[in-house]
Design a protein around this ligand. Structure first.
Ligand SMILES: [Zn+2]
Length: 330
């Protein structure tokens, strides 16, 4: 019932060689011919952690490091204590328990990313002052103009016609404005934070009539209304960007958003929300619902050949499923 241990007096960093033994409920620690006595109950035994052997905290400043992985039974007087330790070692040594706790951590991270961060992003998006959102949107559009867009080739008269149509038929809020851009991404529309909706020249020519354009614009209005762009961007950029927003470091947030926006894909939930908004808006303004289905089918077939576009392709995967409610209502 004697083991060699390493003893630290808690004052100097150096370890001393010591011998540990027990007499009933009393533990004897002998260091350089001096023996100290401790009540067994007063000792705190810490399990092995990775490659660090178990340690024992003494009631004074000192502590003991064992030179072996298992704690001798005489240091663990109670049966339940022994069982606990055995189980703990068992767990620590078993790969599948380690895997299990890794899974737990991954599940936690997944929940945080899937539910926590979007929830926080929503909070941040809703609390951003309009001026900040304005700056974000201008900066985003500028960046997109640089990397993705060229000036529109849609004739002025046609642009004016669509602008008028948009205002009169959909009656968007005053801060929402529609801009035209040419782009190699093909027929597409996107809603920037602050309510700028961009439609590409290809979308204008793809639409067979005004009502099809209105259907797409109604869907984009849904994204604007629920601030999906900002929420996705904030989510995608993760905690860093949120922290910078919350701490007022708007500069770095502004710098990061356009990049994020380019890789942006809306979640299915956001698409469903925007579709529902389009549905309600079209009903409200007497636009036959099948136009939504018509334009979506055209977009889907044109994007089958083009793998780069964002809003109406990867992110709008289930076209058949999405157009069902619009067709059923006829
Ligand atoms: Zn969408």
């Amino acid at each position: 019932m004697t083991i060699s241990v390493r003893y630290y007096d808690g004052i100097t960093a150096a370890a001393q060689v010591a011998v540990l033994s027990a007499e009933g409920d009393v533990v004897l620690l002998t260091v350089a011919d001096k023996t100290q006595r401790y009540s067994l109950k007063k000792l705190k035994i810490n399990p092995q952690l990775g490659h660090v052997f178990p340690t024992i905290d003494l009631p004074d400043e000192g502590y003991i490091e064992l030179l072996q992985a298992d704690v001798p039974a005489w240091l663990l007087p109670h049966k339940h204590q022994r069982l606990f330790w055995q189980r703990l070692w068992h767990w620590e040594n078993k790969l599948h328990y380690i895997a299990l706790s890794m899974l737990g951590i991954l599940a936690f991270a997944y929940v945080l990313v899937t539910y926590g961060i979007p929830k926080m992003a929503q909070g941040v998006a809703n609390s951003l002052p309009p001026a900040t959102e304005q700056v974000l949107a201008q900066h985003t559009l500028k960046s997109l103009d640089y990397v993705l867009f060229q000036p529109t080739k849609v004739p002025i008269a046609k642009q004016q016609h669509i602008q008028q149509l948009f205002k009169q038929r959909l009656q968007p809020a005053a801060h929402i404005n529609l801009v035209f851009r040419d782009s190699e991404i093909g027929a597409n529309a996107l809603a920037l934070p602050n309510g700028t909706i961009v439609i590409t020249d290809d979308l204008v020519s793809l639409a067979k009539n005004d009502n099809e354009l209105l259907a797409v614009l109604a869907h984009e209005l849904g994204h604007v209304q629920a601030r999906h762009g900002l929420r996705s961007a904030l989510s995608a950029a993760g905690l860093g960007i949120m922290v910078s927003t919350l701490t007022g470091d708007v500069e770095s947030t502004i710098a990061a958003i356009p990049t994020v926006f380019l890789q942006l894909s809306y979640s299915r939930d956001f698409e469903r929300e925007a579709d529902q908004f389009a549905y309600d808006t079209m009903l409200k303004h007497d636009i036959p619902l099948h136009y939504f289905a018509d334009i979506l089918l055209s977009l889907a077939s044109q994007h089958n050949a083009n793998s780069e576009a964002n809003d109406y392709q990867q992110t709008h995967p289930n076209v058949q499923e999405r157009i069902q409610p619009f067709l059923k209502a006829q």
